[in-house]
Design a protein. Structure first.
Lengths: 353, 353, 353
């Protein structure tokens, strides 16, 4: 595609030479005469003068756009240069579809399973009794789908995913490799002197539409009822969601975060990595929890930002952290002040006597 | 079953109408005329007046039990309403057995492996040379059992578990999907200027009877000797147990906790989620470690409860946390006190002169 | 082998009787007349008098070596008794090779894949289109190698590893079970009111020579460009490396540590367990991060040691932790000092009036 063709496709505006042919994408400092690049961060503005790119995507709001200094360079003005760049990248990058076409001969599919049109089933996949799989859903090699589980349409399961029995999965759900959905919740009747009796885990997991779950994350089935991952939730790698949790719509959870049993997270929350939630909490909508934070109590107020173990409101947490960093001096000052007060007391006593 | 039949089966006592037929279990606020529910938490007591349930399990100690206000409602008095409810739930819920019957044709089983009576072996299972599997043990799809490993009777391995070579697993052990037993311990000879030399990991993992290990947890083999998970230990998801650790009988470890090499945990300990243990520690029996705590030294005293990074005794940790939360004010007060002491010093100096 | 033969093989020196035949290795306190043991820690020195071993490896620097008190005991003086012991252990322990010989009939190998000489491919392995596998590389049961991925020579992939498409892996790389290489980075365009749009993850993962990655760890593919694990890096279990991270040569990362996107770690760093790194950081060479630390800013200075959330230089962090542990007393002292200052102020006022 030429620079002009790309600009037209992006609904952007060319400033400079639109005739050069683009073959690849590149960073602005590494680009060559076949490349398109982008400028989204003013730190990189200096490269505009030296870049070898044939085209650079810039923001419509960007003030410094004038005609390029070279006649084989163009700027393309767009609303969001980074997103536009990703679109071009996707268009120019040959797509590798990691999902197998058709149904592999080595798959083990129960007679009672019902597969939708145009499903892809990889090698060594095992599909249990009574499973229902929607149209165009792709299940890659080595996945195991337990008895009586249902998946909607256009889902993508990468290799070696395990979904336990009776799970209900919506449409357009993506599960990355090593994900385990529906393993038993961690429930035992404590016994001070002997074996713990297992509490049977009779509930299920429900995953609504448009959820994505990262590699090796685990979502446990409910003790009774349902563990629910609501529509549009995005979960990163190595995240633990315990029995009976509910994650609200469009909430995002970064890697290695853990939720103990029965905790309910609101909608549109942002949970950073390695955060931990105690059990039976309720977290309001649009709450942000920063990395490594420990949440031990419910958060009823929507929209706040929290940090620390246990969590404090962010600006408070930052003030506390500033004092913590100066605690050795604070402690020394206090000790010195004690000496000074003693001296004052002594001086006053001497005065009196 | 009728209410009376359920009560008899539970060794409970009916107060009210025992003739209604029960078909399902439900929460007290969601129950209908075919449901049995339970009251285990006084917060839910108000629902006793309005529930549509046919029967409610209540504690024998519960004071407010009088004849129900409806003639199609009964209370069943039992020792532990929650446990009784789980028993009824289990009885009324159709059991889904996620384990395949028999030995699947696609399994790869070494000639030298010895399988006990009534084992179940799923699709694509691989069983190595010299493996011994006890009676009624169930190994689901995609599991790999390494060379010379032994499993006892009545174990359950969910899909896609990996057990490395020479592991010794007892009876009635449950391993959830994605568990990895016996991977190499993390041992390298440091080298300040070049590659680290690997320390060969020649030991094994021993898992005793009645252990349950959650999804995607990892138990490393010993460098020499054994990593041991003792009888009745329960481990949640995504837990890391390093080489040469020993976990004492009936200890419970919640999700995402990690133990560094050679640490020994006592019996009947309770370890909450995301806790971390340094290497070469000894933790006494019946110790409780709260969530996200970091344990850097051995704990010799049995029975304590600890929190924090690094851990303090719980009530001490809570007092410290209370001061931490007021550090900005404490710091301000100290600063103000410094000013006041300066003023006093000045006043006294002026007096003197 | 006799004691003398072992000593010769280790280039060590025998003090005492070299004729006894050694059959196994053992701890010094558990050894018998067929065993060789070692002394590497002075805490165990007392066992030299009582051990039943036939030989004990001791350091050449060890001062207390005199002729043993028994005529069927020998000391072998070596440079590093622990390493020497591991070498003997390896020599005397029958090797179990967990890797299958040859290419298993149940493997699914794309016609366009190119396999080097003497590769081992286990049962149910799936190898995608265009995959290249070097000489003597061993891929155990249930592994899935995505389309257009390349592996060098002499790699070892334990069972149930997943490598996504287009990954580039060097020589002598070891991946333990459950590892997932190349899953999508966690990138979504936030949307305050509705679904998050996925940022396509078009980059790849590059793993250089001599890397080892522990069980169930996850290394995400780059959004664009490469996530890079450089030569000689050792990564423990359950570690998360996000999109576009770069881990420098010979760096070691312990279990359950997580790196957010685009963070670059230097060479020869030591990262302990459960540490967390924010995104877009740069960490200098030879930096040590202690367990559970949270790194929120770049560290430009090479060679430092850091601890805490957020991290402080180690000795500073230890001083802070000491003050934190005494905060209840510090707070009480401050309160008492406030009372004393008030009393002084009152006394001075009374004096004045």
């Amino acid at each position: 595609m030429t620079v002009q063709e790309i600009a037209t496709w992006l609904q952007g505006e060319v400033v400079g030479n639109g005739t050069v042919r683009i073959e690849r994408v590149a960073k602005i400092e590494e680009a060559d005469q076949t490349s398109i690049s982008f400028l989204a961060n003013s730190k990189y503005e200096r490269f505009l003068e030296t870049t070898q790119a044939a085209a650079v995507l810039v923001s419509k709001k960007y003030q410094n756009v004038k005609l390029p200094h070279r006649d084989n360079l163009a700027f393309i003005k767009v609303d969001d240069p980074y997103l536009a760049f990703l679109q071009v990248h996707k268009k120019l990058t040959p797509v590798v579809d990691p999902f197998p076409a058709g149904i592999h001969a080595s798959a083990t599919i129960a007679d009672t399973a019902r597969l939708g049109k145009d499903v892809c089933i990889g090698a060594n996949v095992v599909i249990g009794d009574g499973v229902i799989i929607g149209e165009k859903t792709k299940i890659s090699h080595g996945c195991v789908i337990g008895v009586a589980t249902s998946l909607g349409a256009e889902c993508q399961l990468y290799p070696n995913v395990t979904v336990y029995h009776q799970t209900r999965i919506g449409n357009r759900v993506t599960l990355h490799s090593g994900v385990v959905i529906g393993a038993d919740g961690f429930g035992f009747v404590p016994n001070a002197n002997g074996p713990f009796e297992k509490i049977p885990q009779l509930g299920i997991v429900v995953i609504e539409d448009d959820v994505e779950i990262g590699a090796n994350s685990t979502i446990d089935r409910a003790t009774m009822g349902e563990t629910v991952i609501k529509r549009g939730v995005k979960i990163d790698n190595l995240v633990q969601v315990a029995h009976n949790c509910v994650i609200g719509e469009y909430t995002v959870i970064a890697a290695q975060t853990g939720l103990a049993g029965s905790t309910k997270i609101g909608r549109h929350c942002m949970i950073a990595g390695q955060a931990a939630f105690a059990g039976h909490l309720e977290i309001a909508d649009r709450v942000t929890i920063l990395g490594q934070s420990g949440v031990a109590k419910s958060i009823r107020e929507p929209g706040g930002v929290y940090f620390g173990t246990t969590v404090k409101e962010r600006s408070r947490a930052y003030r506390i952290e500033a004092v913590i960093r100066s605690l050795p001096e604070l402690s020394r000052d206090l000790y010195q002040l004690q000496r000074e007060v003693e001296a004052l007391q002594q001086a006053l006593k001497e005065k009196k006597s």
